[in-house]
Design a protein around this ligand. Structure first.
Ligand SMILES: [Zn+2]
Length: 387
């Protein structure tokens, strides 16, 4: 696709860095968890959420239209994790003609990312650039507001310049007037996008930005959805493929975050990530071209069956991982001094920012070498460095 800025991306990596990154990531994740057990919730930013957009009881504001738990994936792996070939690919130069795959794991809190429960994610974190201490949107820790933030580079509150998607159910409503997306930015640049989502409510994106998403598939059968996404990656040449995995959220609502069923769904989602990334690794063209971003829309409090309380650290603390050719392994906060590790807090939108899932939109435009999403605010200078 046409470029507005040529990439100048040095290649630099070392296996030892990857190992150190994994150790640090696990240590930081564990530390965060220990801290959270002993400290009260972060204060959030009460000034940024209007009364009509504040928290409501979970029953009124949660994912009530979640599909039932998906069946088990077929991504079981005798030797979990990605292995050396993936590591060699990550050590290659940044692509001449990059493509981006975004995978959002619905309801995956950072506390459940580990070598044992999510071996693929742990490998992506070790081989790529990432953090387990990324943040959701400030105003909402539910699915549609956060996913819409991921693709618009905007906060939620429309009166503060956000995308305005405060609801979390299938609805006739759409984004605030004038809200653009990564899909429209790619379309404007002559590129194309595909979305594979596990919940019906994502159909809103097709109405919000008509004609800019070349393929929008919704399927609550997660293994089938992943198969479709893999097939699309192999056959089509979309600049952006966005894949939403609903399983952990569905299991969390049914059985509780941290329950056996939830942990199984997390491991299954990780196996699905493995399926997709392994397909990339196995294909020489894809292996040269595709950068993978994995993040989440929210987590969940252990034992709870909802996640809409936006001031709970377990709800707003999520992973953010970038892996692929030309992506330099390391902690995102260590390499991005303009971003501030928030500790256990959820900072407001004024002042230094943590890495947020809303940074995805302009990380995608940056990686593709096109202009930022018009009107976006998060990572709008494309200054979140991953290479
Ligand atoms: Zn949910």
């Amino acid at each position: 696709m046409p470029r507005t800025a040529p990439p100048t991306r040095p290649s630099a990596t070392a296996a030892t860095f990857a190992l150190v990154a994994l150790v640090v990531a696990v240590a930081v994740g564990g530390l965060w968890w220990v801290q959270n057990k002993d400290q009260p919730s972060g204060s959030g930013d009460s000034s940024t959420a209007a009364a009509d957009e504040g928290d409501r009881p979970a029953t009124g504001d949660d994912d009530r239209d979640d599909p039932a738990d998906g069946g088990r994936g077929d991504g079981s792996d005798a030797d979990p994790g990605l292995g050396e070939t993936a590591e060699e690919i990550a050590a290659q130069d940044f692509p001449e003609d990059p493509r981006v795959l975004v995978i959002s794991i619905d309801g995956l809190g950072s506390a459940w990312v580990s070598k044992s429960s999510t071996p693929t994610l742990a490998d992506l974190l070790a081989q790529g650039a990432g953090t387990l201490n990324a943040r959701t949107e400030v105003e909402k820790t539910v699915t549609l507001p956060n996913h819409t933030g991921m693709v618009t580079g905007l906060r939620v509150s429309a009166r503060n310049g956000g995308h305005g998607v405060t609801w979390n159910e299938t609805s006739e409503r759409t984004v605030a007037p004038g809200t653009e997306s990564v899909f429209s930015a790619i379309d404007d640049a002559g590129g194309s996008s595909a979305v594979f989502a596990g919940k019906e409510k994502f159909e809103m994106w097709g109405r919000a930005w008509p004609g800019t998403i070349d393929q929008l598939e919704i399927d609550d059968d997660q293994p089938a959805l992943v198969t479709e996404a893999v097939s699309d990656l192999l056959k089509d040449d979309h600049d952006l493929v966005f894949l939403h995995l609903a399983g952990p959220d569905s299991a969390g609502h049914h059985s509780g975050w941290g329950s056996r069923a939830y942990l199984d769904a997390v491991t299954e989602a990780d196996a699905d990530v493995d399926r997709v990334v392994s397909a990339i690794v196995a294909d020489p063209d894809l292996a040269e071209e595709v950068v993978v971003i994995v993040t989440a829309d929210h987590g969940g409090v252990p034992g709870s069956t909802h996640h809409s309380q936006r001031t709970q650290p377990e709800n707003y603390t999520i992973p953010f991982v970038v892996w692929g050719p030309g992506i330099t392994p390391g902690d995102l906060y260590a390499r991005n001094p303009d971003y501030r590790d928030p500790g256990t807090r959820q900072p407001g939108y004024a002042g230094p920012q943590p890495v947020r899932n809303g940074d995805v939109a302009n990380l995608v435009t940056d990686l593709l070498g096109i202009d930022p999403v018009p009107g976006s605010r998060l990572n709008a200078d494309q200054d979140l460095d991953v290479d």
